[in-house]
Design a protein. Structure first.
Ligand code: GBH
Length: 469
């Protein structure tokens, strides 16, 4: 296969999982079909100024109707696994009660089609589309949402666990808590530490509570885990202001989650920093034991590292400090390196550093790279997309992943983000992450060069281990 590297493929063991990832709201469309209820992202999209171009999820890439074609595409690329999320408002339109048969039927057909194609489904129970009815009742800042998620998780797991063996409770709870309730750039668009900090706690508590409930009710629960978007954080210089800025950002972005999940405690410096902003009344006795349920695996979504400064007068970049309570003085540093269309630095060494951090915090837990990829302003010309920049991003990050594995980090799988161009949240359809191009007028799918490169890598991997390419 053209351009692919057989040596890179050979760096991964025979049982390594190769896949692609998506999320319900970003691809499904059909937001008013099959009895689906509204989610917080439908509401957010309808608020002027929230999403670039006023884009919304009503059609997205029409995966709800085109899933047979999309699964066939996955099979043609040779994917071994597919990571998707269940839309809670499709299954439980008001957030609780009995499962909606039309919603169940859609996912039954999707999962059965995947299995018939020999593709292993990996499910996420929450990728940001909270039923609006639960937001109206307080959303993640409200403790009652923990019980609602637990019921949702148990019901969905009970129906699908005969066919789905790998489960994640949450995708990137940092984003739900802090992009959603601190920076206000994700639904529900709040900007208040008194909401973001309790939201973070309730997301973690819902994760632990769901694991307990699933294990208590299922004889064969499969592999249960959570997906985190850790980011290695470093100070721009050894100036004390930069070092302290890095400490505070690292606390909210990484150590909050790693501490609660794998050490059964929030970092003391984080508690000291946020207590005056949010209070800590939402943390009840016993919560940390619930959160720190053993997981069978952990997912890492990696895009870029963070370099920060606490000194005034530096240039600002990315989501910056607005997402971190108590970090109004902190800025993300632009090191002048190449960036993707998101403005995120391309830094494969940051991937290795982030994996080292996770490997240290959870040394016994198998890791899956549940997302990695890049947005570029692709052009469809004469029926192809020559996305050499995305191929380079994927190749260099997979090289870094091979080095991390050689360092002893137990990484078992890799899912590229994303299978298809899709709804990129607050950026709408303007940012393209797919290895497959989607024409948003016609919904025609066209594999980009990166899809062909990835398919080639997977073919090399199968050939290396003696399986029919
Ligand atoms: C993931 O979010 C999501 O799971 C997925 O749905 C989404 O489409 C995909 O990634 C692409 O965005 O200010 O330069 O330090 C990733 C969200 C990306 C949030 C990196 C923090 C920091 C950029 N994260 N970002 S920077």
């Amino acid at each position: 296969p053209e351009g692919s590297d057989p040596r890179l493929a050979a760096a991964f063991p025979t049982d390594f999982t190769w896949g692609a990832a998506t999320a319900s709201f970003q691809i499904e469309g059909a937001t008013h079909e099959g009895g689906r209820g509204p989610s917080i992202w439908d509401t957010f999209c309808a608020e002027p100024g929230r999403v670039v171009n006023g884009d919304n999820g009503d059609v997205a890439v029409d995966h709800y109707h085109r899933y047979p074609e999309d699964v066939a595409l996955m099979a043609r690329l040779g994917l071994g696994a597919y990571r998707f999320s269940f839309a809670w408002p499709r299954l439980l339109p008001t957030g609780s009660g009995a499962l909606n048969p039309a919603g169940v039927d859609f996912y039954d057909r999707l999962v059965d089609t995947l299995l018939e194609a020999g593709i292993t489904p990996c499910a996420t129970l929450y990728h940001w589309d909270l039923p609006q009815a639960l937001q109206d009742a307080g959303g993640w800042p409200a403790r009652d949402t923990v019980a609602r998620f637990t019921d949702h998780a148990v019901a969905v797991h009970a129906h699908f666990s005969d066919r789905i063996r790998q489960w994640a409770t949450f995708n990137e709870p940092w984003c739900s808590a802090f992009l959603g309730h601190q920076a206000g750039v994700h639904a529900p668009g709040a900007t208040d530490a008194r909401l973001s900090v309790p939201a973070a706690h309730h997301l973690l508590l819902a994760h632990g509570s769901a694991l307990q409930a699933i294990r208590a009710t299922s004889a064969d629960p499969g592999q249960l885990g959570i997906v985190l978007n850790l980011q290695h954080v470093s100070p721009e210089t050894d100036d004390p202001a930069d070092v302290d800025a890095a400490r505070r950002v690292d606390a909210v972005h990484n150590r909050l989650w790693l501490g609660a999940l794998f050490a059964g405690a929030y970092p003391q410096d984080l508690l000291d920093d946020v207590a005056p902003l949010s209070g800590l009344d939402h943390v009840h006795d016993g919560d940390l034991q619930t959160i720190a349920q053993p997981v069978d695996w952990v997912g890492l979504n990696y895009y870029c590292p963070a370099v920060v400064t606490g000194r005034p007068g530096q240039s600002e970049r990315g989501e910056a400090a607005a997402a971190y309570p108590g970090c109004e003085d902190v800025r993300m540093v632009d090191r002048g390196r190449p960036t993707t269309d998101m403005g995120w630095e391309v830094d494969p060494q940051g991937f290795r550093d982030t994996l080292a951090m996770l490997g240290t915090a959870a040394p016994e837990v198998p890791i899956h790279i549940t997302e990695n990829g890049a947005a570029y302003p692709d052009q469809l010309v004469d029926g192809t997309v020559h996305d050499a920049d995305r191929v380079a991003y994927l190749r260099t990050h997979l090289e870094a992943l091979a080095l991390a594995r050689a360092d002893g980090i137990d990484v078992r799988g890799y899912f590229v983000w994303s299978l298809l161009d899709n709804f990129e949240w607050a950026w709408g359809y303007g940012k393209r992450f797919g290895v497959v191009h989607v024409d948003y007028d016609t919904q025609v799918r066209t594999p980009k060069d990166s899809a062909l490169w990835y398919a080639g890598l997977l073919a090399h991997h199968r050939a290396r281990w003696g399986r029919r390419p």
